[in-house]
Design a protein around this ligand. Structure first.
Ligand code: OOG
Ligand code: MG
Length: 276
């Protein structure tokens, strides 16, 4: 797997130099743990495809620096997330190997700017998958295993305030990933839409959701991704992960906080933040 989404070039309005400089600024913001200006500040007519071009350039910088693409993430696939962020369509981002957090160890807040976690259903793909015409049965047949995780999002923009093209340029706020320990074959969760999830923060139950929160069906969201990638001549590659998107609004991480998401058949995932 290499690189990020490749935009159809006629929808890109920025020059190659402008794309490279926006990408470099976002990568630097992440590396120095400081927020930066929205790309749309300097480029008010920024298009969604400009956003994907910036994202792809930033991912290329990471890969040149020794990182590796290990999958795709969907963002803004639930109503809870769309309402929280004031945006009304799904977005695609890239999962990099460097963002994987060790499971048992407490999270180090020093790696992030203002991190939040989101409970997500995660697919590990067995077969290559690309549209057109991909549906839920195709996704389930191509899936090696389904699990759960917390995505750590950490916008490179102040207060998580951004437009659609901006957040796409910022790789949809992707920053970290904590995977749960349980992986089950797709056939053992015949109705993924009805898998429940209970979200607990420091002993308080703060939200509940079902798989159907994700565009009606998490595997339908993955089908949407495969069809979207197919239009661009790209694919979900074998072995790749797909994060199907936050099922609830995200929870800010704070020193000493423990966040747990308990899913039905998909087990549970815990994020612990150190106090130091
Ligand atoms: C954008 C990323 C959203 C999700 O799962 O919905 C996302 C954000 O909220 O900063 O990853
Ligand atoms: Mg997410």
């Amino acid at each position: 797997m290499s690189g990020g989404p490749k935009p159809p070039s006629d929808d890109v309005t920025l020059t190659a130099d402008e794309i490279a400089s926006e990408a470099a600024r976002l990568v630097e913001a992440a590396d120095t743990r400081r927020t930066t200006d929205l790309p749309s500040l300097a480029h008010p007519a920024l298009t969604i495809e400009d956003g994907y071009a910036i994202q792809a350039a930033a991912v290329d910088l990471r890969v040149q620096g020794g990182d590796r693409v290990i999958g795709w993430k969907l963002g803004l696939t639930s109503r809870a997330k769309q309402e929280a962020m004031g945006l009304d369509a799904p977005a695609v981002g890239v999962v990099l190997a460097s963002t994987l957090e060790p499971t048992e160890t407490p999270i180090d807040l020093g790696r992030y700017i203002h991190p939040r976690v989101e409970p997500e259903i995660v697919f590990r793909m067995g077969d290559r998958l690309a549209g057109p015409g991909v549906g839920i049965p195709d996704v389930l047949a191509a899936t090696e295993a389904i699990g759960c995780g917390f995505e750590v999002i950490d916008s490179r923009f102040e207060d998580f305030k951004f437009g659609m093209a901006d957040v796409i340029g910022d790789n949809t706020s992707a920053a970290g990933l904590v995977l749960g320990p349980t992986w089950v074959p797709a056939r053992s969760v015949p109705d993924l839409a009805l898998v429940g999830m209970v979200l607990d923060v420091g002993g308080d139950q703060v939200a509940t959701a079902a798989g159907a929160a994700i565009l009606g069906h998490p595997a339908g969201a993955v089908a949407w991704l495969a069809n979207w990638l197919g239009e661009r001549g790209q694919a979900i590659e074998p072995g790749g992960l797909v994060l199907s998107g936050g099922m609830t609004d995200a929870v800010p991480l704070a020193p000493g906080r423990t966040v747990t998401a308990t899913f039905g058949r998909l087990g549970s995932v815990v994020v612990q933040v150190g106090t130091g």
